[in-house]
Design a protein around this ligand. Structure first.
Ligand code: CU
Ligand code: ZN
Length: 191
């Protein structure tokens, strides 16, 4: 299992080569997004640990309005039970930072907004720091993942003013699987 996982990850990285020196992801976990607040938004997001402390967030989210932009964050609780995403709590913020963009001090859980294409599908692959797999204050295991109705302004505290929560998921702590235990093979999404 581990050998296969490592080989698969290496192949994905090699496939993405051409812009930077490949690094080998140690492992990855997944989150399956389910609709919230009456939306039809679903998706799968993968979190891939890289050497050097960076983490790649790769995903595909469907059911969005065509060409729309949506705030996207890791939230502190892996609880989607309220149906409107509010049970996931506030942004994951283990280092007591303000809300902000990647290029400035920000909550560890602050991610770049996702953008849907004309078909309402957002595909993305971004690097972030401050969150990790496998332990420590920034550990993603069991945290929530939220897609918001509106874009993140990266300024309004502490939320980014990105409106309601239209999809919610729980980030798994088990390599290669989502929080429901389903295998979620890492797709090749390169940007
Ligand atoms: Cu959020
Ligand atoms: Zn935030």
């Amino acid at each position: 299992m581990n050998t296969r996982l490592t080989l698969l990850s290496s192949l994905v990285v090699l496939g993405a080569a051409g812009c930077a020196t490949p690094s080998t992801p140690a492992t990855y976990v997944a989150a399956s997004l389910a609709p919230a607040s009456g939306s039809t938004v679903t998706g799968t997001v993968w979190f891939v640990q890289e050497s050097g402390g960076m983490l790649v967030v790769r995903g595909e989210v469907r059911g969005l309005a065509p060409n729309s932009e949506h705030g996207f964050h890791v939230h502190e609780k892996g609880d989607c039970s309220s149906g409107d995403g509010m049970s996931a709590g506030g942004h994951f913020n283990p280092t007591a930072m303000p809300h902000g963009p990647q290029a400035a001090p920000h909550h560890a859980g602050d991610l770049p907004s996702i953008v849907a294409d004309a078909s309402g599908v957002a595909r993305f692959s971004v690097r972030t720091s401050g969150v990790v797999l496998g332990g420590g204050a920034g550990d993603l295991a069991g945290k929530g993942l939220i897609v918001h109705a509106n874009p993140d302004d990266y300024t309004t505290q502490p939320t980014g003013n990105s409106g309601g929560r239209i999809a919610c998921g729980v980030i798994s702590g088990v390599a290669g699987r989502d929080a429901a235990g389903r295998e979620q093979p890492l797709p090749q999404i390169t940007m």
